[in-house]
Ligand binder design. Structure first.
Ligand SMILES: [Fe+2]
Length: 241
């Protein structure tokens, strides 16, 4: 008898657990229904490195830039900028096979395609390059320190903080466009596109051929994406509706 009553007591204890499992079931179903119909698999839960913010491409991007790591134009007299970067995934590991692109204005705040009346020849590129990121996830570029430039705005013109534009492409990661803003700069408060998360601080680095030289660094972090998501984002696959 004592054995049976023990068994009954044990069954009673087990009963609430069963009920709890039943209650949990609808929640699981709701999660399934709420899942977005996208192929992008963003996994930030266990990220130790935060993905770099996107930024606008702007009106001056041109595809097809040549492979270069020294962009400094031969006819320039602006300050030299050594830009060093790393590219990692959200686990802070170097990403292999990354290709990058940079474009920027010169020391007078001019892009090579800025004047609508004087567009460059299709094979002429000034201060634009594509470059490879090394197996250790690092890259180095030599260029001219860009100047500020004015943005024509019907609501009142404003000035952009000195910046470099970048694009990065890597299999298994979301292709993305961003920019790095070079500080110090007195226009951080009035620049409508300024993002403090994308700031790199200029450090003096002596002089080169009588011109001041600076150094700046930034660590880029790519967002993970499935191969299907990569093809979608790169425009090689049309989204299904
Ligand atoms: Fe720009």
């Amino acid at each position: 008898m004592a054995k049976r009553s023990k068994q009954r007591a044990a069954a009673k204890k087990a009963a609430p657990k069963k009920a709890a499992r039943k209650k949990a079931a609808p929640k699981k179903a709701a999660r399934k229904r709420a899942a977005p119909k996208r192929h992008v698999e963003l996994v930030y839960k266990d990220a130790t490195c935060k993905p770099t913010d996107d930024h606008v491409e702007g009106p001056y991007y041109r595809p097809g830039a040549p492979p270069l790591t020294d962009l400094y134009p031969p006819d320039s007299r602006g300050s030299v900028l050594h830009f060093e970067g790393t590219v990692s995934d959200i686990h802070c590991r170097p990403v292999h096979g990354v290709s990058g692109e940079i474009w920027q204005c010169d020391e007078k705040g001019r892009y090579d395609n800025q004047d609508p009346a004087h567009q460059p020849a299709p094979d002429y590129f000034r201060l634009r390059a594509r470059f490879a990121i090394g197996p250790d996830g690092t890259f180095r570029l030599r260029t001219v320190l860009p100047a500020n430039y004015t943005v024509d705005d019907p609501g009142g013109n404003w000035t952009r903080v000195k910046h470099l534009h970048f694009k990065f492409f890597a299999h298994g990661h979301q292709p993305f466009t961003t920019e790095i803003e070079l500080l110090p700069d007195r226009h951080t408060r009035s620049d409508k596109l300024y993002n403090p998360h994308l700031a790199a601080h200029l450090q003096e680095a002596g002089a080169e051929k009588g011109l001041p030289a600076y150094r700046a660094c930034y660590d880029f972090v790519l967002k993970p994406v499935s191969m299907k998501g990569y093809a979608l984002a790169a425009g090689r696959l049309k989204p299904q509706r």
